[in-house]
Design a protein around this ligand. Structure first.
Ligand code: ADP
Ligand code: MG
Ligand code: MG
Length: 889
């Protein structure tokens, strides 16, 4: 018999899979002796069973009733008991935190009778009717499907009629009237009455929370955060405590450290006389915790103590939701809190200093993605001018975009390629699509714990919230700054999420402090903390990692930068860029040559240019390996466009002129070389076999560059890499030629030049015959871009626009296989090639040089697959170093 229900006293934090994060942590806090209102958790397994069948799992209700009876016995009153009702909340909570994405219903157990009992025992009629109308509103919309806006509309109408400006001024009689209006509204909209039976309320609320797992915004959030759709949510049923019982009550959110900077000490927002929902919703302005300390020092001291207990216990930044009911403090939720990239590094370093965690744990707590975020440019503060407004720096970074005032407009403009800033008074979960589409989020209300701030931080999106000087008019689609400036939809803004400022127009960017440090520059004092924390994490990663990190670079400048970023060589030096620009003519001559002499002349002209390229790169990477790939792309890429030529010739003819004979010749050549699928055509090693003299010229340029560098006293370590090999015989032919040319160069120069010769593994056939290929290859480098294309059989240039988004939407793959390696398919080929290559040649060096070399998830795979190095773009080198270290933990 499966068990579906656990009391808080029966669970713990290691049960998050079953009880959801919220339920598991409530149980953990109960065990720690913190003041948590009692309750129980219905498992995610029950939710999965419900979602699979659409019906209530057998036996669930019997178990829930049993637990409820125990809860009632302990409280000494029954759910909805008319003279003194026990009330409960029914809360969603999945394994991974999805803040505000699913439903929670408070005050279950109120009805026409118990509302009177509650009024009597609490001594506040206003409170009782306010709670009842909240229940009708939440239950009506969440369980019974009435449009939430209709409730808001009725509330607004009542306030209008009574001439009341603010919710807090509604009296008991107004709220009792509102209850009647809401009941009728529910009946008019659904044909059913709000259920008066408390048990029925509970039962329907639980099922509605199950169903909210598949609500639209929950699904969107999961896709964005890569949370699997099959997990389901747990449901927590918990005794209500009340923050809306007057001025000595209230609700708040607190962190053990500042989630934006990592600074230690309690941090948070508090709202007197309010239920928890009001704090996050930003309906009224919160006050900082210091204000709570002034008003209720006893509760504040206890809060601090509990925060300390939690941080010691979880050994990490925690955030909590709390409520004070007439001077009694209750903790309603905790979790290891989301934080900015800066805070992540700072906290990891601090906790390691405090010996709360080990240096390795500190490394595990930061990520390559966070490091990448810290490397993004910042605004040039000398060029900003006056800010339009200032607010809370809720999520750091610099973003520029056009102001938009609702989610739909943000999505529409972003889809058309425009960068936008979403401006709202405050955000709600319904704004999620717009927040995803926007570069930055700007709100006029709410603090660092508001919905906008929490969600933006989670997404690594720039956010300034609580810019109270702005008056935002969403209907009129503009906001007004304190200086009178009116900013309408489409006006470009610059949002500085690190400083909490908004500027008109597009402010220029400068390197971030972390970037300057990585590049070897000075750090300004203000950023010293985070820079030091980053330096420590990288140093730790470098000591523990097994994977080496190289860079993909084709110029001396890129090579030098990569080296400053810590690259241990070049894993991919493409030579095709060296064939462009003014050299294009020479390439054209080489391709179009009508005789060997003509071709040799073109190649001879290219040789010194190539040699100079290689000399510069070998110098910048002196002493470290430089893997040079022989020419790879289809030759026609170096020739003019076919249609353009044809049009030019036709236009000349139409004018009655004779077309330029050179054009005619070119067109004939382009036609001759035209391919339907150039990426599967004459390219890579095939070029080397078909274009006489090409390999020899490139190898000679490499060999002579090595000679030049050796004579200059350097230690050049060139490696020659052959692209697109599918069969060992292709490689053997090229290798023989490489060796012949290098012997010639050695002979002529008197300097012995030897370069390892290896191949890219980027065709499935190469991977599957890797044992044979390794007989001729001294190294392998996985070209995972082409290997992904050729394994899936789709062309990267053609798919990303169209069917990829459909594939992502429909869950065919969780992320683009061009971003994160497809471990099941492409990864399997990698493993086969590694095993068979090493079996044939135990000292085979193996690396990867596709984009995946800088992708965190893929780096972990390459570590486990036993590669020797990853190679990525220079800017990703620090990220790869960090992730290679984390992979080795
Ligand atoms: P979310 O996951 O969206 O944060 P929660 O389940 O945490 O949803 O609940 C929403 C709000 O209701 C929170 O602010 C919480 O503090 C409040 N709340 C939930 N349960 C109770 C309770 N038993 N007593 C008082 N407030 C509650
Ligand atoms: Mg919550
Ligand atoms: Mg390739």
């Amino acid at each position: 018999m499966v068990r579906y229900v656990y009391d808080f006293t029966q669970g713990g934090r290691d049960m998050a899979g079953l009880l959801g994060g919220k339920g598991a942590n409530l149980a953990e806090m109960t065990r720690l002796g913190l003041p948590v209102p009692p309750g129980f958790v219905i498992t995610t397994e029950a939710c999965r069973a419900f979602l699979a069948t659409g019906g209530e799992p057998a036996g669930l209700w019997r178990e829930v009733s049993g637990r409820l009876e125990a809860l009632e016995a302990a409280a000494g009153r029954r759910l909805g008991q008319p003279d003194d009702p026990l009330l409960v909340s029914v809360r969603s909570g999945a394994r991974f935190s999805m803040p505000g994405m699913m439903e929670t219903i408070l005050d279950i157990g109120l009805n026409d009778d118990s509302v009177l009992g509650l009024a009597k025992v609490s001594g506040s009629e206003r409170f009782a009717w306010d709670s009842y109308r909240r229940l009708l509103q939440m239950f009506g919309s969440t369980v019974m499907g009435v449009d939430a806006a209709l409730f808001e509309g009725e509330l607004a109408l009542l306030k209008d009629v009574r001439g009341i400006p603010d919710d807090v001024h509604l009296g008991a009689a107004d709220l009792a009237r509102l209850v009647e209006i809401y009941k009728d509204l529910i009946h008019d909209e659904t044909g059913d009455w709000f259920p008066q039976c408390p048990a029925e309320q509970l039962r329907r609320a639980v099922l509605a929370v199950f169903a909210s797992w598949n609500g639209q915004r929950a699904r969107l959030y999961r896709r964005r955060e890569h949370i699997p759709d099959g997990l389901g949510t747990a449901v927590t049923v918990q005794r209500m405590v009340f923050g809306n019982l007057g001025p000595d009550s209230g609700s708040g959110v607190a962190f053990t450290r500042d989630p934006a900077t990592g600074r230690p000490g309690p941090y948070g927002d508090y709202l007197a006389d309010a239920q928890g929902e009001d704090v996050v919703a930003g309906v009224r302005d919160t006050v900082p915790l210091t204000e709570l300390e002034r008003r209720d020092p006893g509760s504040y001291a206890r809060l601090r103590e509990h925060l300390r207990t939690l941080e010691r216990h979880y050994r990490d930044l925690c955030d909590i939701e709390f409520t004070i009911e007439r001077g009694t403090l209750w903790i309603l939720q905790t979790r290891v809190g989301k934080r900015t990239a800066e805070a992540a590094f700072a906290i990891a370093a601090q906790l390691a200093d405090e010996r709360v965690i080990t240096p390795d744990e500190g490394l595990a707590r930061v990520s390559g993605e966070e490091l990448a975020r810290l490397m993004f440019p910042r605004f040039d503060t000398s060029a900003t001018g006056d800010a339009l407004a200032r607010g809370v720096p809720a999520s750091p970074g610099a973003a520029v975009g056009a102001a938009v005032f609702d989610s739909a407009e943000a999505v529409r403009r972003a889809a058309a390629g425009e960068k936008v800033v979403l401006v709202r008074q405050e955000t709600t979960p319904d704004d999620l699509p717009g927040m995803i589409a926007a570069q930055a989020v700007l709100t006029s209300r709410g603090g660092k714990t508001s919905h906008a701030a929490v969600v933006a931080r989670g997404m690594g999106k720039v956010c300034v919230c609580g810019a109270e000087e702005l008056s935002v008019d969403v209907r009129a689609r503009h906001f007004t700054a304190p200086d009178g400036t009116v900013v309408g939809e489409g006006t470009v803004l610059s949002v500085d999420g690190s400083a909490g400022a908004v500027y008109p127009g597009s402010v220029p960017l400068v390197d971030s402090a972390v970037m300057r440090f990585l590049e070897g520059g000075d750090t300004d004092e203000k950023a010293a903390g985070v820079v030091e924390a980053v330096a420590r994490a990288l140093a730790r990663a470098d000591t523990v990692r097994r994977l080496e990190v190289r860079a993909n670079a084709d110029t001396p400048e890129d090579a030098a930068r990569a080296r400053r970023f810590g690259a241990q060589g070049i894993g991919l030096c493409r030579t095709e860029h060296m064939f462009l620009g003014e050299r294009r003519q020479l390439v054209e001559d080489m391709i179009l040559a009508r005789s060997d002499t003509e071709r040799d002349r073109a190649l001879a002209a290219l040789l010194p240019l190539q040699r100079r390229d290689f000399t510069g790169i070998l110098q910048a990477m002196d002493g470290l390996p430089v893997t040079i790939r022989l020419l790879d792309p289809p030759l026609h890429e170096f020739l003019p466009d076919r249609t353009e030529l044809a049009v030019r010739i036709a236009t000349a003819r139409a004018r009655g002129d004779l077309p330029d004979p050179h054009d005619a010749e070119l067109l004939a050549a382009v036609n001759r070389m035209h391919e339907e699928n150039p990426m599967l055509g004459l390219r890579g090693v095939r070029l080397g076999l078909l274009v006489p003299g090409l390999v020899a010229m490139q190898v000679r340029a490499i060999g002579e560059a090595v000679v030049e560098r050796t004579r200059a006293g350097g230690t050049p370590r060139a490696e020659i890499m052959v692209p697109l090999v599918g069969d060992v015989r292709e490689l053997r032919i090229v290798r023989d030629e490489v060796e012949r040319v290098l012997a010639e160069v050695s002979e002529e120069s008197g300097v012995l030049v030897t370069c390892p010769v290896g191949t890219m593994i980027e065709l499935p056939r190469a991977a599957l015959t890797a044992g044979r290929i390794a007989e001729e290859a001294q190294f392998f480098s996985f070209g995972t871009n082409d290997l992904t294309q050729t394994t899936w059989g789709f062309s990267r240039d053609d798919v990303e626009a169209e069917f990829f988004s459909a594939y992502l939407d429909r869950g065919v793959f969780p992320a683009s296989p061009f971003e994160t390696l497809d471990i099941d398919g492409v990864g399997r080929l990698v493993r086969i090639a590694v095993a068979e290559g090493r079996a044939a040649r135990p000292d085979l060096t193996i690396g990867v040089c596709g984009e995946h070399g800088g992708d965190p998830g893929s780096v972990h795979f390459f570590h486990t697959a036993g590669l020797d190095y990853v190679s990525c773009s220079p800017f990703r080198v620090p990220v790869a170093r960090l992730e290679a270290g984390r992979a080795a933990l």
